[in-house]
Design a protein around this ligand. Structure first.
Ligand code: ATP
Ligand code: SF4
Ligand code: MG
Length: 373
């Protein structure tokens, strides 16, 4: 159980539906996609929480609701003592600078007609922070922090590489001093070697600035190296949530087991042991009744077809939404395939970043301890 004082942001039963259009006859049948179908999620202050799941399972929609880029149709999102899902745009304005996002595609997310200086300064202007000189100074500091200290402010996005653009996106997200940053696939559009640098940068900035990070990703390598906890989504629902090490060592939900089993194994004796995911993701416009995973689950039983399992937490904060997780048991631990040289380099960089982060956190808690009366 997470103590409420430790919660930075919390979604309670959030639902988001998108209309599928009006249809041809009599105004259509009101068909809709339920992109997020009732998710509870508490994000702990200072943690890195990863959200994983197949394409279309609702990860980005959930993230947009957490940041109030869109309002939930049902449920609540609590931040800074308010249900931000219910706030007006005007009431939201002072909170916006505390909730920021880093997008997947650094080519699409930066305005091509704005210069580097204007792009990074814009959030400060929008929130009325500082005068022109102070803003310019802050932009310079941010660019220094993200490793672009020597870049000329009058250059345009197309003059930068993919990795540099993502650094600009990060500088822009951080310039107004956010508390929570969501990265929606923040490195998946980048080259593998650049991915490591950007992940490292996010980790370092997180430690330095005391941020809370939510990272949406398809890459289980990113999860393993970056995240303190991981939430697994399936068809609009959270099906498993817990500490990253626990989820990798003891995945309980058959869907999580299948995701991890799909990671290729180096040892030929282990190949074929993990059961891979069969069949397509059902349409979120017409989800299966009962457990949404039952059409693809190797352990399906009668009650799974009619009764939807709830996310049950244990004392180690490992939550699972499956009627049969105790019977299904833990699958073979997952061992990744022999990594490529690029992957090994990336892993080494991540490891180094993680150690630096842990050292920084330890040093700051020691410093805090010294200041206790
Ligand atoms: N604005 C929208 N209008 C209609 N349907 C939408 C909209 N946004 C998302 N959806 C639908 O909602 C579902 C969840 O979409 P979402 O983008 O949240 O998934 P995702 O897990 O982020 O997928 P990906 O990994 O591909 O980014 C999908 O079926 C998607 O088609
Ligand atoms: S509830 Fe049933 S169908 Fe769903 S994951 Fe568990 S065993 Fe499989
Ligand atoms: Mg997405």
């Amino acid at each position: 159980m997470i103590r409420s004082a430790d919660i930075a942001l919390e979604a309670k039963g959030v639902v988001r539906r998108y209309s599928l259009g009006k249809g041809l006859w009599f105004g259509g049948g009101g068909r809709f996609v339920q992109a997020v179908a009732g998710v509870d999620l508490a994000v702990k202050r200072g943690e890195t929480l990863a959200i994983v799941g197949e394409s279309g399972c609702g990860k980005s929609t959930l993230a947009r609701m957490l940041l109030r880029l869109e309002a939930p149709d049902e449920g609540e999102v609590w931040f800074d003592g308010a249900d931000i899902g219910k706030l007006s745009e005007r009431q939201m304005r002072p909170l916006r600078r505390k909730l920021q996002i880093v997008f997947q595609d650094p080519f699409a997310s930066l305005n091509p007609r704005m210069t580097l200086g204007e792009i990074v300064e814009e959030p400060l202007r929008v929130h009325g922070l500082g005068n022109a000189a102070a803003r310019r100074q802050r932009v310079r500091e941010m660019l220094e922090l993200v490793g672009l200290g020597s870049a000329r402010l009058d250059r345009y996005p197309h003059e930068f590489s993919g990795g540099q653009r993502q650094r600009i996106g990060i500088a822009r997200a951080l310039v107004a001093g956010p508390e929570i940053v969501v990265g929606d696939e923040p490195v998946s559009a980048l080259d593998v070697s650049v991915q490591a640098q950007v992940i490292n940068l996010l980790q370092e900035l997180k430690a330095k600035l005391g941020l809370t990070l939510v990272v949406i990703t398809h890459d289980l390598g990113v999860v393993r190296h970056m995240a303190d906890r991981v939430g697994v989504m399936y068809l609009g629902r959270m099906v498993e949530l817990g500490p990253t090490d626990t989820i990798f060592a003891e995945p309980r939900h058959p869907y999580t087991q299948a995701l991890l089993a799909a990671v290729p194994k180096p040892d030929p004796r282990q190949r074929g042991q993990g059961r891979l995911l069969e069949g397509d993701l059902p349409s979120p416009a017409n989800p299966p009744p009962g457990c949404r995973f039952h059409t693809r689950c190797p352990h399906v039983a009668d009650r799974c077809r009619s009764v939807e399992p709830v996310l049950e937490d244990d004392r180690a904060d490992h939550a699972t939404a499956c009627h049969r997780w105790r019977e299904v048991g833990v699958r073979t631990p997952v061992v990744e395939a022999a990594p490529s040289a690029a992957r090994r380099r990336r892993d080494a960089l991540w490891l180094a970043a993680r150690r630096r982060q842990e050292a920084a956190v330890a040093a700051s808690s020691q410093a805090e301890g010294r200041h206790q009366p």
